[in-house]
Design a protein around this ligand. Sequence first.
Ligand code: AMP
Ligand code: MG
Length: 347
Amino acid sequence: MSNKQTVYWTVDKNIDNLNKLNEIKEAALWIKEGEVVAFPTETVYGLGGNALIDEAIEKIFRAKGRPSDNPLIVHVASKDQVRMLVSEIPDRAEKLMDAFWPGPLTIVLPSNHSVSPRVTANLHTIAIRIPDHPVALALLEEANVPVAAPSANVSGKPSPTTAQHVKHDLNGRIKGIVDGGQTGVGVESTVVDCTEAVPVILRPGGITKNQLEHVVGPVKVDPALEQEGSTPRSPGVKYTHYAPNAEMYLVEQYTQRMQQVVDEFRNAGKRVGVLTTHEGASNYEADLVIPCGFRKDLETVATHLYGTLRQFDEHEIDLILAETFPKEGVGVAIMNRLEKAAGKKVI
Ligand code: AMP
Ligand code: MG
C-alpha cells in the first residue's frame, strides 16, 4: 500500500483546547481529505475515514482486511450532525442519545443515504455514535465530517486498546496513528437498533441492557446473540472476532478444574496460558498466568481483556485457558468477546 510511513502523533488527552494542537489539526485534515487515521475512543482505538468519500472507506476495508458486507459505525461530534445522516430520529432514540451520549452506545437509525454506500454495506440503516473521548471529539470537530471508524485492528484479531496495538497490526498500512494513551472501557460499544418500536440490542457492549431499559423501557436482544444458527441482524456479528493466534478454551467450573486441565495440556507438550483475575492468579501454575482485572469489578476485566489476549500471543503461548464470568452487566459483553475469541470452545 501507499502508506509505507505511518505518521505517529502523540497527544496528551488531558490538556485543554485539544483542537488547537497541530497534531490534531493535521490528523483531522488527513481524515477530511480521504486518508485513514487511527485514534483513541473511550472503548477501543478506531480507524477513521471520511464517511462521505468512497475511496476513504475502501482504504479502511483494505487496511483491516475486513469483509465488505460488514458495515461501519459512523462517529460524529454532535446531535446536529446525526440529523444530517438519518431520515428520522424516533423518540426512543432521542432519549437514548440524551442519556448515553457521548458514550459507548451505537444507535441504528433509518439512513438518508448521504454517506458512502460502502459504509452501510448497502443497508437502509446507519449506525451512529458520539464517542466520549477528548481526542476523538477534538478530531471529529476539526474534521467536521462524519467519520466511519471500525476498530483499528486486522480483521478477526483482538481490538486495540493502545496505540502500540494499532502499530503492531497496521503500521505501514494507514496514514497515521494518534496516540492518546490506553482506552478506558476496553470493549466496543453496545449496538442498539432503534428502527422498530421496541429497541433491539444487536451487540452487547459498554452500556448494559438494564441501563437501556431504565431509559426507554423494554429492550429486546437479537436472538442470534444467544442462539446458534439464526441469522444475526448485525452483519458483522457472524464473523470470527477478537481471536488471538493461540488456540483458546473457556473453562467452566474453573475453581475445581482449571489446574487439572492446564496439567493435561502441558503433559501433551503445549505451552499453556491461563487468563484469570487478580483474585485467582495465585491458584495456578502454568507457562504464563495473566490476571485480567479484578473479578469483583468486571469493568476492570473489560478494560484489560484485549490487551491480555495480545500478551499471550507475544509470549508465544500455544493454548489459552480462560476463566468464565457471570453474564451480568458488562459481564455479558466480556463473555460475548471471550466466546468469540475461543470460537465457542468450552471445557
Ligand atoms: P466494529 O466497527 O468492528 O466495531 O463493528 C461494527 C458493528 O456494528 C458490527 O457488528 C456491524 O455489523 C454493526 N453495524 C454497523 N452498521 C450497522 C447497521 N446499519 N445495522 C446493523 N448493524 C450495524
Ligand atoms: Mg472490530
